[in-house]
Design a binder for this molecule. Structure first.
Ligand code: NAP
Length: 297
């Protein structure tokens, strides 16, 4: 089955492409767009416009990963508008392309995030839990709603509520590592906030599982079955790196340095992969230490 991927040049997308046969991709990059080779075909698209209809020809599944990075730079008003518009308007435009295409894809797998749930303390959250009310929760809710509109055209829609993705060569881990490597890593704030993490290989396998499994539909938490507190995460990372992890960063210092984005690092989501497990998905990396050891090997 031919798969059309957005965000294919990113951390998750690059790894996903390795598992696909001659995918089509939609990209903002003029360097990549126009390439038609053994790796697939790339079309130019900025999410604020409608994708070229030919990108959808012969496509059985669409995987939508594109979006302005959330964890880079301070959240100015412009940055927040880019975070929201690249996802919500981008998804609406993608669904419009699907609406207009003659041979429709069978499934749309759209990224979302555990940020959907907001800051929820120790509460165990599954796909039936209500959304939070902060900025990211509102973005995720609108993003999922935009994707769900494709159902009206007979397309199965899966919104993957992705946790903190751990893998080599990018993502959250590449940002966390420098202080740990210099021996000055430590918990963030109280360290009691829950981190719902997932290994990169499991995110990619969950995308493929969602494409291939007709019974998978609606929101699916893409998180490992064993979330940990930030303090536990910090201890485990220190142990795997064999570095001390005893220098906590107080919440007020994070807020001074990072502004509103600090709230994301301090907020708590204890998320369970109920739908993934119920659909028979078996996690390759169910425990944090094994996931970190692989990601850092
Ligand atoms: N990584 C995580 O820990 C994590 C956690 C939760 C949710 N997610 C979500 O999963 C998706 C994939 O994550 P990722 O880590 O692979 O993302 P990423 O590395 O930041 O890449 C996403 C891709 O989005 C496109 N993009 C970047 N800025 C954009 C903008 N302003 N407007 C439109 N497109 C833009 C780029 O593709 P082109 O330049 O080719 O267009 C980029 O390669 C994202 O939507 C992310 O929010 C990720």
């Amino acid at each position: 089955m031919r798969v059309l991927v957005t965000g294919a040049t990113g951390f998750v997308g690059t790894r996903l492409l390795r598992s696909l046969d001659r995918p089509a991709i939609l990209t903002r990059s003029p360097l990549v767009a126009g390439i038609n080779g053994p790796g697939g075909t790339a079309y130019r698209w900025t999410p604020l416009g409608e994708p070229p209809p030919e990108a959808c020809a012969g496509v059985g599944a669409v995987v939508h990963l594109a979006g302005e990075p959330v964890a880079e730079g301070r959240w100015s008003l412009e940055k927040k508008a880019r975070i929201r518009d690249s996802r919500v308007t981008g998804t609406r435009n993608l669904v419009r392309m699907i609406e207009r295409s003659s041979g429709k894809p069978r499934v749309l797998v759209c990224a979302s995030a555990v940020g959907y749930y907001g800051d929820r303390g120790d509460e165990v959250l599954d796909e039936s839990s209500p959304p939070g009310s902060d900025f990211l929760a509102e973005v995720c809710r609108a993003w999922e709603e935009a994707a769900a509109a494709a159902r009206a055209f007979g397309v199965r829609v899966v919104s993957l509520r992705i946790g903190i993705v751990l893998g080599a060569g990018g993502g959250a881990l590449s940002k966390m590592l420098p202080p740990f490597r210099f021996g000055v890593g430590g918990r963030l704030g109280s360290g009691r906030q829950w981190m719902s993490w997932v290994h990169l290989d499991d995110v990619v396998d969950l995308i493929l599982h969602a494409i291939g499994n007709e019974a998978v539909s609606g929101p699916v938490n893409a998180v490992a079955p064993a979330p940990v507190t930030n303090a536990d995460f910090t201890r485990t990372l220190g142990r795997v790196l064999r570095r001390p992890a005893i220098f906590p960063v107080p919440g007020f210092a994070l807020k001074a340095a990072l502004g509103e984005f600090a709230g994301v690092l301090l907020s708590s989501q204890r998320v369970a992969p109920r739908a993934a497990l119920a659909s028979g998905y078996v996690f390759k990396y169910p425990a944090l230490e094994g996931a970190l050891r692989e990601a850092l090997s």
